[in-house]
Design a binder for this molecule. Structure first.
Ligand code: AMP
Ligand code: MG
Length: 351
């Protein structure tokens, strides 16, 4: 299949530019598009055949449900039932934006979209390209991240092209994603609100609207525990890992730098392609030849936005061994470290 790539200028979004994409979606085809979190691989969420195509293109396990994207808050009534008052409150505060809510699903939503579950994940993105596409297509767009299953989520159109070119109908290139980490997922289908995936909206942000919000234990674990199964099916899978082997080094800053220097020196001496993932603050203190600077610890949004791109570059640069600083003290620490720990297969040295 030939994948058509169109570029949309964010400063000049015209409805006409979405005509073909809308038609593809209405006919059951697939269109990848930017959102403020990561690029999504979209299909008509109410069409089970379109959902099946999404799973096939990504190589995604079929028990891993998709997020359905809407452009108007009141549309949750068309997708969910027994909607608690809290859902409206959270929507009011955090939509449009990087929050996904889990609610009891209405019969309109096929189980092919929800991975067989009786609940549905819904999000109203703030990205203007995403919202125009949803409106112009007239569809509720089921869209997981537009990467091959297991690879880092795509934050640029080039990442989508790398993974899905030839497998989907169209890619809309809208430049780099603003946030660069997937949405915060909050489950409202149970007794207590539960964060199933940490993201840009933190527990503290949720707590400002409602008290008693907890994290699903599996998502904040520092080491994998076979006895704790993640409540979001997607969180249990191996994810984000580059081909090289990442080790996170955590502890007091000077000792971290010293240890990483020791480790990388020994690897480079053996001729192993080695790299360091670090913050701006430390980048000049490393002797390693390959440094991937995520940005300043003073701007954790930059670190979040850079992470997936760096994880992909490690592969294209042929790096085999990577040492990463830990980012434990930031507003976005849960979100960033959840991805980094998975990418490292929970491999950590404490100094
Ligand atoms: P992605 O779209 O790639 O960000 O993946 C969507 C994430 O949402 C995965 O981790 C899914 O497991 C999770 N998810 C989607 N629908 C549900 C649901 N009904 N219940 C729990 N988790 C869900
Ligand atoms: Mg994903």
């Amino acid at each position: 299949m030939e994948t058509k790539i169109i570029r949309i200028d964010r400063d000049n979004i015209k409805k006409e530019d979405f005509k073909e994409a809308g038609e593809i979606l209405r006919k059951g085809g697939l269109v990848a598009f930017p959102t403020e979190t990561v690029y999504g691989l979209g299909g008509n969420g109410l069409d089970p055949e379109a959902s099946k195509k999404i799973y096939a293109a990504k190589g995604r396990p079929s028990d891993n449900p998709l997020i359905v994207h809407i452009a108007d808050t009141k549309d949750i009534e068309k997708l969910a039932v027994q909607i608690p008052e809290l859902a409206w409150k959270l929507a009011d505060r955090f939509w449009p934006g990087p929050m996904t809510m889990i609610l009891k699903k209405a019969d309109t939503v096929p189980k092919a979209t929800t991975g067989g579950l009786d609940t549905v994940a819904i999000r109203l993105p703030s990205d203007e390209i995403a919202r125009t596409l949803i409106r112009e297509s007239g569809c509720f767009i089921a869209a997981p991240s537009a990467n091959s299953s297991g690879r880092p989520s795509p934050t640029r159109a080039e990442h989508v092209i790398e993974d899905l070119s030839g497998k989907i109908d169209m890619i809309i290139d809208g430049g780099a994603c603003e946030i660069g980490l997937e949405s915060s997922i909050i489950d409202l289908s149970g007794e207590k609100p539960l964060i199933l995936r940490p993201g840009f909206i933190t527990r503290e942000d949720f707590e400002a609207v409602v008290s008693g919000v907890e994290y699903d234990r599996a998502v904040i674990a520092k080491t994998p525990d076979k006895n704790i199964v993640a409540k979001a099916p997607g969180m249990k899978y191996k994810h984000y890992a580059p081909k090289g082997n990442i080790t996170i080094v955590e502890g007091e800053n000077d000792r971290v730098v010293e240890r990483i220097n020791l480790e990388t020196e020994s690897c480079e001496a053996k001729g192993i392609p080695t790299a360091v993932i670090c913050s701006d603050e430390n980048k000049n203190r490393y002797k390693c030849k390959k440094i991937y600077d995520l940005g300043s610890r003073k701007h954790d949004e930059d670190i979040a936005a850079a992470l997936f791109d760096v994880l992909r570059r490690l592969d294209s640069d042929g790096i085999s061994v990577i040492f990463a600083e830990s980012f434990d003290e930031l507003r976005l620490s849960q979100a960033i470290m959840n991805r980094l720990r998975k990418a490292a297969g929970y491999n950590t040295i404490r100094v």
